[in-house]
Design a protein around this ligand. Structure first.
Ligand SMILES: Nc1ncnc2c1ncn2[C@@H]1O[C@H](COP(=O)(O)OP(=O)(O)O)[C@@H](O)[C@H]1O
Ligand SMILES: CC(=O)N[C@@H](CCC(=O)OP(=O)(O)O)C(=O)O
Length: 301
């Protein structure tokens, strides 16, 4: 909103509309997954940084988990390396893992930290290695094809991890000192081996561990769409299962719905998938009556 052209009464109205939401989320943790597809445009990146700073200033505790899939892809193509996804996960050999660490833990993480800090926040960038934050192990995928009587085929996708534990100590420390944590989705096992982890999965685990009031997954669609491209504003587990089995939900949307369902069934207040291509998407979702995207419901009590 441009306050130079907006009548003051309208500005006051907007602030009043936000008041019940500010009260509701005050002192609560909100985990925001900032997908690589939502960080392509400089204006959008700035609007995201301002939203995060505003959240912190009104007493909400934002925790940012970022992706960077397209950015990893572009560095891999610059060095002439092919990349492949199986069931939404990037096949990650040792050389790809180095690029993942450089792009996620280096470039993107520090870019977001810098952006938040230049807009008045105090962000601290971490990967899952810092303070033992994200414990991981190798993820094994099983094939979906083949005759039913045969044991499912095990697919090796290299250094791709799944989260086995989150140590919240560092988060609590940062939150207590009013810092904003910005987390790169890299985990480590007991032997010190690094793993590339889908950022949605990390965000879901963090939200559960921190008992977040809300998990927000920002992506490059209006939310979850039905077969006709229409936005589905609210879904429960049963409907999600149907949409997966009829192929409406697929690819990169699969880990999002999985982790959103796991989160709401394990103590997280709500999970929404929103359009990160919209300016101030996070504020619209958190602090206005309109809300945006798809809300994933938990099981009825
Ligand atoms: N039913 C669906 N509704 C919306 N998007 C879907 C659906 N099924 C699959 N997708 C795909 O999921 C993508 C989002 O996942 P992904 O590309 O991994 O995004 P991000 O980088 O934000 O994690 C969408 O761009 C779309 O191509
Ligand atoms: C295992 C795996 O696929 N990891 C992802 C990690 C980044 C990510 O999740 O980025 P987005 O959220 O932007 O998709 C990858 O290598 O692309």
């Amino acid at each position: 909103m441009n306050t130079e052209t907006t009548p003051p009464s309208q500005v006051a109205h907007v602030l009043t509309e936000a008041l019940p939401y500010i009260r509701r989320f005050h002192g609560q943790t909100v985990v925001v997954k900032y997908g690589g597809n939502a960080m392509t445009d400089d204006d959008l990146k700035r609007s995201f940084a301002r939203d995060v700073v505003l959240m912190k200033l009104v007493g909400i505790n934002p925790v940012i988990v970022h992706g960077g899939g397209p950015q990893i892809g572009s560095v891999l193509s610059q060095i002439g390396k092919q990349t492949e996804f199986i069931q939404g996960m990037r096949v990650t050999d040792a050389e790809t893992m180095d690029v993942v660490e450089m792009v996620l833990g280096g470039l993107i993480n520090k870019d977001i930290v810098n952006l938040i800090n230049t807009h008045g926040g105090r962000a601290v960038g971490l990967s899952g290695k810092d303070g033992g934050l994200i414990k991981a192990r190798r993820l094994t995928l099983t094939g979906t094809g083949g005759p039913a009587e045969q044991a499912p085929e095990i697919i090796d996708i290299g250094h791709v991890g799944e989260v086995t534990g989150i140590d919240p100590a560092l988060m609590t420390l940062l939150d207590g000192a009013d810092f904003i944590p910005v987390v790169a989705p890299i985990g480590v096992d007991e032997d010190g081996t690094s793993y590339n982890i889908n950022a949605d999965l990390v965000a879901g685990h963090l939200a559960r561990t921190l008992r977040a009031e809300k998990l927000i997954l920002m992506t490059n669609t209006a939310g979850i769409l039905d077969g006709n491209g229409q936005l589905l504003t609210g879904l429960d587990a049963e409907r999600v299962r149907q949409l997966i089995s009829d192929g409406t939900i697929q690819g990169g949307m699969l880990p999002k719905v999985d982790c959103a369902l796991e989160a709401v069934n394990d103590g997280v207040g709500a999970a929404t998938i929103i359009d990160g291509r919209v300016q101030h998407a996070v504020l619209l979702e958190l602090l206005t009556d309109s809300g945006v995207g798809t809300l994933i419901h938990g099981q009825a009590p």
